[in-house]
Design a protein around this ligand. Sequence first.
Ligand code: ADP
Ligand code: MG
Length: 140
Amino acid sequence: MNKQIIAHDEREMEEIGIDLAQRLQDGSLVSLVGTLGAGKTTLTKGIAKGLLITELVVSPSYLLARQYEGRMPLYHIDAYRISSLDELVEVGLDDLLPPEHGVSVVEWPERIDGILEISDIVVRIDLLDDQARRVEITQQ
Ligand SMILES: Nc1ncnc2c1ncn2[C@@H]1O[C@H](COP(=O)(O)OP(=O)(O)O)[C@@H](O)[C@H]1O
Ligand SMILES: [Mg+2]
């Protein structure tokens, strides 16, 4: 399945995440591809809302991963600083890709070999202007 949507502002990006959450199951792996400021974390906030997570979702950055509890656990992973599969194992994140229980959402998935291929859903976000984003959702 392949779907393209325009998110005209931050709120619409969150809405896309809320909708996307309805398609997620236990063990789902979601990859978010897009440059800095594209809206990956904003989309993740929407996914969290859709999973009935009330806690504030912030960028995982230096922590590499953050866990939230909702309808099922959400693992929000930032792979920007990870450059190999070995390093992933070293920090123990390999268990989350995919997770045994819950949902993992990965920013910068292309930094780790093979992650895009094993993702259940890949979202590509392109900047159209300072507000509008093209969001392409591929369910593999
Ligand atoms: N349509 C949009 N969708 C998402 N974010 C938007 C949009 N328009 C403007 N923005 C702004 O762009 C920034 C996106 O930041 P963020 O979600 O952290 O991106 P990323 O995680 O991809 O680096 C936010 O400051 C947000 O307010
Ligand atoms: Mg981010």
